[in-house]
Design a protein around this ligand. Structure first.
Ligand code: SF4
Length: 374
């Protein structure tokens, strides 16, 4: 199959969004963030396009202004603030990056690289924002216009940069022996910060493997929705089973009966929470009273409350091992603790995390209803 880096990223953020976009081909209007990003990227290209004379700051600002599209914003105020932010980004960038200081090799270069083996070959495509010649090698740069700035660790493991380096190497294969001189960078324009890293041969191989695994999931038709903060920017909410009910007024699908069932369910669930809290408090009062009166049961007109002692035990691991190992039973009592694994997961290296994710299989599946009150 043919997959672009951006659709690979879409699949990893939400497989269902990938399906809507790439398989069902449902078109959605470009978000204002995407339009803003395109204008900034276009201006970056304008600044660095090689010519006899580099553009001045004034010419750059004029280019930015002419490419601006006010129509995508919801209000005049929003549009004005986005424009001011764009001006600040460009001016700040220009001051720190005089165009004549760089040796540009390529801008917005398209690539299509082959991955996989005979019988299972695939094409990964994309666009590299910028490739520079540095004093001793090359630098591959991608501009980011989002607010979020990742950590250095994220940059060290960033999949997009690794793919871009693979694409670069497919165009300049002789550079494969100079990996330590091929820098990959993400430039966070809103912060005026560029974070860089280098890649090893092992990382390049592992990256290809990861792509092949994602392609396999797509080919197997695995398109589960993944609710995340990114849903706020997703144009498919009206198609998505996790969100489309929110638009019921528009779709006119609900009966009064189901609406009142949903309402009652939410109310009962929150009454249960209140009851649970109240029961905890009453239990505390009664226990205290029993201790004070030295009684194990208390009586009322409508029943008896008894105290029962529940004990949980823990064992001396070393002692149990000593007893069970000689008779070949130690392995029978050892088992993975999923909660402990979940706790250590965030501190594991990215490659180990990915291997663990792959080793995960569904044990049991059941549906339940969760309530989040407005
Ligand atoms: S709304 Fe969220 S869960 Fe639904 S398709 Fe979009 S990103 Fe996925």
């Amino acid at each position: 199959m043919r997959i672009s880096y951006s659709s690979f990223e879409t699949y990893n953020n939400c497989p269902l969004k990938y399906k809507f976009q790439e398989i069902d081909k449902i078109r959605t209007p470009k978000s204002k963030e995407a339009v803003f990003g395109s204008v900034i990227h276009g201006t970056m290209k304008f600044i660095h396009t090689p010519g006899i004379l580099s553009p001045t700051m004034e010419q750059t600002m004029e280019h930015f202004s002419n490419s601006w599209n006010p129509a995508v914003f919801d209000s005049e105020q929003e549009e004005r603030s986005a424009f001011a932010q764009g001006v600040r980004i460009i001016q700040d960038y220009y001051k720190r990056n005089r165009p004549e200081d760089f040796n540009i090799v390529n801008l917005e270069s398209r690539f299509a690289i082959e991955i996989g083996e005979e019988g299972g070959k695939h094409i990964v495509s994309g666009i590299i924002d910028r490739i520079d010649r540095t004093d001793d090698g090359f630098e591959i740069i991608d501009y980011k216009t989002g607010k979020k700035m990742p950590t250095q660790k994220d940059i060290d493991e960033n999949v997009q940069l690794t793919v871009y380096l693979q694409a670069f190497l497919s165009q300049y294969p002789e550079e494969a022996k100079n990996l330590s001189k091929l820098k990959v960078s993400l430039y966070f324009l809103k912060h005026g910060v560029k974070l860089s890293a280098f890649r090893t041969e092992e990382q390049l191989k592992a990256n290809e493997k990861m792509f092949l695994e994602t392609i396999k999931l797509i080919e197997e038709g695995k398109f589960e929705p993944n609710i995340s903060p990114l849903c706020d920017w997703c144009g498919y909410q009206k198609n998505c089973p996790m969100w489309k009910h929110k638009f019921k007024e528009e779709r006119k699908i609900d009966t009064e009966e189901i609406n009142s069932s949903i309402q009652e369910y939410i109310d009962l669930k929150s009454a249960m929470t209140i009851t649970k809290e109240r029961l905890g408090k009453l239990q505390e009062d009664i226990m205290q009273y029993m201790e004070q009166e030295e009684v194990e049961r208390v009586f009322s007109e409508n029943g008896i409350v008894s105290k029962t002692l529940r004990k949980t035990y823990k064992y001396d691991d070393a002692k149990i091992k000593e007893l069970l190992e000689p008779i070949g039973k130690w392995k029978d009592v050892l088992k993975l603790d999923p909660t402990a694994l979940k706790n250590i997961f965030p501190v594991l290296p990215g490659a180990v995390q990915r291997e663990i994710e792959k080793a995960k299989v569904i044990d049991k599946e059941s549906a339940s209803l969760n309530v989040r009150k407005k």
